[in-house]
Design a protein. Structure first.
Length: 193
C-alpha cells in the first residue's frame, strides 16, 4: 500500500502524489474557519453623493451597505467607479463608521469570458482585492448578468474566495438562473437570490 498526499497546485489543480516523493512540505494556504454570520444588506443607502440622516437597523444582524464600485469589461479590465480620496466617499465612509455599517463593493460583470484563463482571473482578483483593502470594505458582491463559460466563472469564485477570507473579507454572489445555487453556496460566503 502506497501512502499518498493530496496536493493543491498554484493554479488550483488538485492531485495526489506518493509521500516518498515529497521532500519539503510547504503550506500555501491555511484553512480558515468559515464565519457564517448572517449578512444583511440595507436597501436604499448605496448613493455616496447623498446625505443620510436616519437609518433603521436590526441589532440581530450584521448590517451593511452595497455600493456600485467595480465593472469588469469585455477586455478583462477592472474599472473602478469610486475614488477613496474623493470628498463624497470620505463623508460616506465616515457616516458608515458612525452607524456601525460595513461597506460591500458591487462587482458588475458584463462578459464572463473575462475568466477564461488563470492570468486574467488572477489580475482581476488582485485589482479588486487591493482596492477593497484601500477602501476598507468588508467584502464584495459579484453581480453577473450572463455566463458564457460557467466552469471558468466557478473557477474564478474558487480562486477569489480564499484570497478574501485570508484577510477577513466576505464574498457574496447574486445568483441568476444560469448558476447552480448549491454549488455557488459551497464556494462563497453568501448567496443573494
Amino acid at each position: 500500500m502506497v501512502n499518498i498526499k493530496k496536493l493543491e497546485l498554484a493554479y488550483g489543480n488538485i492531485g495526489y502524489i506518493p509521500i516518498k516523493h515529497i521532500s519539503e512540505e510547504e503550506i500555501l494556504r491555511d484553512d480558515f474557519p468559515e464565519d457564517k454570520t448572517e449578512i444583511h444588506i440595507l436597501e436604499g443607502y448605496s448613493d455616496i453623493t447623498k446625505s443620510y440622516n436616519t437609518i433603521e437597523k436590526s441589532i440581530e444582524k450584521e448590517e451593511n451597505v452595497l455600493i456600485d464600485d467595480f465593472t469588469i469589461n469585455k477586455d478583462s479590465k477592472v474599472e473602478q467607479k469610486i475614488d477613496e480620496e474623493s470628498k463624497n466617499y470620505k463623508v460616506y465612509y465616515h457616516w458608515t463608521q458612525e452607524n456601525n455599517l460595513g461597506i460591500f463593493g458591487n462587482v458588475k460583470i458584463d462578459v464572463s469570458d473575462s475568466f477564461s484563463d488563470y492570468e486574467k482571473r488572477n489580475r482581476i482578483i488582485n485589482e479588486i482585492y487591493y482596492s477593497v483593502m484601500k477602501k476598507y470594505y468588508r467584502g464584495i458582491c459579484i453581480d453577473i448578468e450572463k455566463i458564457e463559460d460557467t466552469d471558468s466563472f466557478y473557477r474564478f469564485l474558487i480562486e477569489i474566495t480564499p484570497r478574501f477570507r485570508e484577510s477577513g473579507l466576505k464574498v457574496i454572489v447574486k445568483c441568476n438562473s444560469q448558476m447552480e445555487q448549491e454549488k455557488v453556496q459551497n464556494i462563497v460566503d453568501f448567496v443573494l437570490l
